[in-house]
Every structure is written in structure tokens, then in C-alpha cells.
Design a protein. Structure first.
Length: 218
């Protein structure tokens, strides 16, 4: 029969209990970190204050527990190397930028934005570049669809501008390209633009002749 040292069973029980407590502590830590991640995602996505009861409801926690976790997060964000913070607003919480970072946000906001041109905008811009001065009606005749939005966007991007009015009844606006257009496409003048395909040249010539005949009749 195996002989057991006195107190060995009690020691084993104590060790088992300590291991269980360590496991529970680890699980609790993992849950807390997961909850913090959920809260962070919610506040970042919402962009506005979220009431404590809503956050607690999503986490399926009581409000006191949820508030404790958020308070820990607020403390974490107070570290000097963090650019954001969580603030409390009448029982709700919001993620925002620290005031110390405002000057850098202003600098980045003042930098010129590079606008992305869609196929529709590029098509409209090409017509204006090669046929300027041109009216919106003439652009729409070539494209076969309404082009008001595209022309307005190009004006907004400072690639196209109003350069006068056509001397016919109604005096429609004439559009042409700008200096910004030349800078953006790396050319010094309109004459340096790549020449279109012969088929396009012939198509433009015929359209120009038709437009001239219409203007002479008016």
C-alpha cells in the first residue's frame, strides 16, 4: 500500500485551487480586453456619444461593470503617446481627438486634395479639352446623356471653368479648361495634348460642321 506523506492531499488541493483561480483570472482578463475592443469599435464607428446603458446592453453587462471597463480605457488613452481619448458627456461616452493634436489635423486638412476622376468625368473633360469653347448642350449631344453633374464636378475640381457665353438666343455658357488642368496633366498648352485617333478627329469635324450650320441658321 502506497504511503502518503501527511498533508500531501491538502497541499494538492491548495495547488488545484490556485490553478483554478489563475485560470479564472486569465479568462476574466481576456474577456475584459475583448469588451474593450468592442467598446472601441462602437465609439470609433458611431463618431458621436453613446449612452452607457446602450454599451452595457451590447456587452450584456450591468452598467457598473461596463462603466469600470470604460474608465480603464479612458485611463489607457491618457497616455502621452495616444492621439485620441474617450470623454464622458452626461452619462454617454464619445471617442475624439486630443486637443494637442488639433494643429496637425489643421495642417493635413489644408493640404490640397487629389481628386479621383471617374470614366464619366474623364470623358466629359476630354470633350471639353478638344472642343473648347463648348456648351453643355454640345457636350451632351456628343455623349448622348445629361452631363450637367459631370461638368459641375469638373468646375468644382478647378479643371474646367466658364469662359463666356455663346452669342445665340439663350446665350448658353461656354466651358473651357483651366491652368490647373494643364498642371494636372503635365502639359504647357492645349496644343500639347495627345492627338485623338483619326476616327475621332473625323467625328469631331463632322459635329463641328453641323454645329456651324445650326449657328448660321439661328
Amino acid at each position: 500500500m502506497e504511503r502518503k506523506e501527511p498533508g500531501s492531499e491538502a497541499s494538492a488541493c491548495i495547488l488545484d485551487l490556485e490553478s483554478t483561480e489563475d485560470l479564472k483570472s486569465t479568462e476574466g482578463l481576456e474577456n475584459t480586453e475583448e469588451w474593450k475592443g468592442i467598446i472601441e469599435a462602437i465609439l470609433f464607428t458611431m463618431g458621436e456619444s453613446v449612452p452607457l446603458e446602450k454599451l452595457a446592453g451590447v456587452l450584456e453587462l450591468d452598467k457598473e461593470k461596463a462603466k469600470t471597463i470604460i474608465t480603464q480605457m479612458m485611463s489607457d488613452y491618457e497616455e502621452k503617446n495616444r492621439g485620441i481619448q474617450i470623454i464622458e458627456l452626461d452619462g454617454a461616452y464619445q471617442m475624439c481627438t486630443k486637443k494637442q493634436m488639433y494643429e496637425y489635423l489643421i495642417k493635413i486638412a489644408r493640404q490640397p486634395k487629389k481628386q479621383a476622376l471617374t470614366d464619366v468625368l474623364l470623358e466629359t473633360l476630354s470633350i471639353i479639352a478638344y472642343k473648347q469653347p463648348v456648351t453643355r448642350m454640345e457636350i451632351e449631344k456628343i455623349r448622348g446623356v445629361s452631363s450637367g453633374h459631370a461638368v459641375n464636378k469638373l468646375v468644382e475640381y478647378n479643371l474646367v471653368c466658364e469662359i463666356g457665353r455663346l452669342d445665340v438666343p439663350g446665350r448658353p455658357l461656354l466651358f473651357g479648361t483651366t491652368e490647373e488642368f494643364l498642371r494636372s496633366f503635365g502639359v504647357n498648352s492645349i496644343e500639347e495634348l495627345p492627338q485623338p485617333e483619326p476616327e475621332q478627329v473625323e467625328e469631331f469635324r463632322q459635329e463641328a460642321e453641323e454645329e456651324l450650320e445650326i449657328r448660321m441658321k439661328v
